[in-house]
Design a protein around this ligand. Structure first.
Ligand SMILES: Cc1cc2nc3c(=O)[nH]c(=O)nc-3n(C[C@H](O)[C@H](O)[C@H](O)COP(=O)(O)O)c2cc1C
Length: 300
């Protein structure tokens, strides 16, 4: 009922662990797969190890989750040693990469491709990384990054992860598709700020952070809807998906698959199975046999 085709991947269901939410080790990939995820995305990796930003880097209240972790974690070389290969694990693994400068993408993409992930996701959209004019806000730069990664990734499909912090996300998605992207991941977090009124200053040391979780969902649904009208390649709809009804909504906007990140904070690692069960219940009630029957139906 939930089987999903994403580029050349056959997923048992459309739920995918979004990048950066859990520290994903080889052992943990198996556990996340057992918990029901259709695929798992690794934390984004670049050419070097990063410490990330100073604390506090995370804040949560009600439906809002704000973070400015600043992409802490190992570099691609240490990931090569840890994983060796990614194509022999119990669940499809998507490798996520980023770079501060376009020249860095060739090498990181080549190394990531050598691990044989099911897909390479390109994080051009971290809102709290200082890389000068961000690639995500410029169609030309997005195309250049896409070409650099495609040139070095062989037959592995490439998804470009977009930011909602742009004037026209359709233009950026279109540039990625024209440059050879096989899929679009939409969206990364939206820049926001929370102020502690007693301390009279922003709660995060970085002042601004990326908003994720339920507060992001309407923005994600809007972005997926707009991108679906613009490109033919599949979309991994990501942003605030917490319940089965959210996954159905983002699929109706046009998503082929559904990223889940912050939802784990609210519902634990069992969220993948819970979301799938809730989707199936809704589908049975509405006599829907497979997701193709509702994908993009909100456009009619
Ligand atoms: C703590 C945290 C760390 C994140 N790290 C990454 C990352 O390394 N790479 C990336 O592409 N996205 C990263 N993201 C963005 C998520 O993958 C996702 O796009 C976003 O949070 C929206 O989905 P959600 O509302 O389901 O969390 C991070 C999000 C959070 C909350």
């Amino acid at each position: 009922m939930l089987q999903t085709k994403l580029c050349n991947l056959n997923l048992k269901n459309p739920t995918i662990l979004a990048s950066g939410i859990l520290g994903v080790t080889k052992e943990r990939i198996g556990r996340i797969g057992k918990a029901g995820a259709g695929a798992v995305t690794l934390k984004s990796l670049c050419h070097e190890e990063r410490q990330g930003n100073s604390n506090p880097t995370m804040f949560a209240y009600d439906g809002v989750f704000l973070n400015a972790v600043g992409l802490p974690g190992q570099g691609i070389d240490s990931a090569l040693k840890d994983f060796q290969r990614l194509d022999n694990l119990s669940v499809p693994v998507i490798g996520s990469i980023y770079g501060y400068r376009i020249e860095q993408f060739d090498n990181v993409a080549k190394k990531m491709a050598s691990l044989k992930p099911a897909m390479i996701e390109v994080d051009i959209s971290c809102p709290h990384l200082d890389y000068g004019k961000p690639y995500y806000a410029d169609a030309g730069l997005t195309a250049e990054v896409t070409k650099a990664v495609k040139k070095n990734s062989g037959k592995i499909p490439v998804s470009i992860k977009l930011s909602p912090n742009v004037y026209d996300i359709k233009e950026i998605a279109h540039a990625a598709e024209r440059a050879g992207a096989d899929a679009i991941t939409a969206i990364n977090t939206a820049t926001g700020m929370v102020i502690d009124i007693d301390a009279k200053k922003p709660v995060l040391a970085n002042k601004t952070g990326g908003v994720s979780g339920p507060a992001l969902k309407p923005i994600a649904v809007r972005c997926v809807y707009e991108i679906y009208e613009t490109v033919k390649i599949p979309i991994i709809g990501t942003g605030g998906v917490t319940y089965g009804k959210d996954a159905i909504e983002i699929i109706m906007a046009g998503a082929a698959a559904v990223g889940i990140g912050t939802g784990i904070y609210y519902r634990g690692i069992g969220i993948f199975k819970k979301v799938c069960d809730e989707m199936e219940m809704w589908m049975k009630k509405n006599k829907i046999k497979n997701l193709n029957e509702i994908r993009g139906c909100a456009h009619k």
